[in-house]
Design a protein around this ligand. Structure first.
Ligand SMILES: [Zn+2]
Length: 81
């Protein structure tokens, strides 16, 4: 495993080789992430809250990735669920 930062929110994440299991997104704790390949061929490392925040419809775009930084405060609400 390696540590890196999410392309969306910039949080420290842990990259696993396979399908991630648990998301432990606590107070500054590390979480797991996935590399997402967009339709335009670029790849982005995203944590699960960011992946969840992507639009469900259609292919995510670089603009959606940029938007993740703005909606991070909103995605933080995931903790309260
Ligand atoms: Zn993120």
């Amino acid at each position: 495993m390696a540590t890196d930062s999410c392309d969306g929110c910039g949080r420290q994440v842990t990259v696993t080789g396979g399908i991630a299991n648990l998301w432990t997104f606590g107070d500054g704790s590390e979480g797991t992430a996935m590399t997402l390949e967009l339709a335009d061929g670029t790849t982005h490392l995203l944590c699960y809250p960011c992946i969840e925040a992507l639009p469900d419809e259609g292919e995510p775009t670089a603009a959606d990735i940029d938007r993740l930084e703005q909606v991070d405060e909103e995605t933080s609400q995931l903790r309260t669920q």
